[in-house]
Design a protein around this ligand. Sequence first.
Ligand SMILES: [Zn+2]
Ligand SMILES: [Zn+2]
Length: 354
Amino acid sequence: MYEYVGAIHIHSTYSDGTGEIPDIARAASEVGLDFIMLSDHNSLKAKKDGWEGWRDDVMVLIGYEINDRADRNHYLAFGLDTTVGVRITAQEYVRRVKERGGVGFLAHPDEKRSSMPEHPPYPWLAWDSEDFDGIEIWNHMSEWMEGLTEENKIQRFLHPLKSITAPPVETLQRWDALNRTRRVTAIGGVDAHAHKSDVLGFFEVEVFPYKVMFRSIHTHVLLEEPLHRGEAEHFEADKWRLYHALRDGRSFVANCYHADPKGFEFFATSGRRKHLPGSLIEFPGKEAVKLTAKTPFRADLRLIWNGNVVLETASRELSYKVLTPGAYRVEAWLDGKGWIYSNHIRIGDAGGAC
Ligand SMILES: [Zn+2]
Ligand SMILES: [Zn+2]
């Protein structure tokens, strides 16, 4: 498989971000990202203006972030040429994105931040929606703001990457529960705006420069064939391969600030067949099923089954013989901080046995 690294959930001057798209793409290129996925609020104008495509060796993909009338239920939609309408409910926009062939992810579903009145929380409340493809399990901006206090404020503004620990537990629990009945995949979001603020009291600073934010939460995508880097004629086909890999779970989320996770693998084997995350494996089948995870560095590896840790080891490799159906995924931790989060491999009948 070919592994590509990207940053998802980025705002530009097309909504409330401070960066122009060429500058954001250059920042991504300088930190070595392969793709970025922009999501300005309620607008696809950046796409209409022709900014989607290869820039500085980076694949620039443009979706948008939808919200409902009460500014709740933020939804990241990609793969659309026009917006799906305003003044509609979350259930309706989730449904329309899917109907039009787009790919959609719930944004910061358990956001609780309260430290800055001008940035209230925007949690997901419409849990009866059924058509979303995935969840943003980790949002840099939400976590950073939720831990902000008067005492740690200066430290956090000066070192925005150091304060990131792990995705919210309740989001992981919801995600595990959903995967017991259907595939719901994960993305990591930076929610980069590069806000300017005078919060330190003496001069205005750019709080989260794009280049700094691009060194934190990444989403890695695995493709069977390489991308045609810089080749405009292959862009559309490459874009859809990448979107479908995200939708289907051939991806993982990692905080690259701790260590480079490139090369991480989680897979199941049954006989001579290899199954990647996003797969549903028949159980019991003719062959025994074995799970394997490998990390490029020694880490605290945890195998999660239906939301419970069933195996934990400090190693570069984990293996497990499956005796019970369910939704399995892997987490890797380094020095008490979340590093890598795989998607689920689902074993057993969808909708029942798990
Ligand atoms: Zn949002
Ligand atoms: Zn956002």
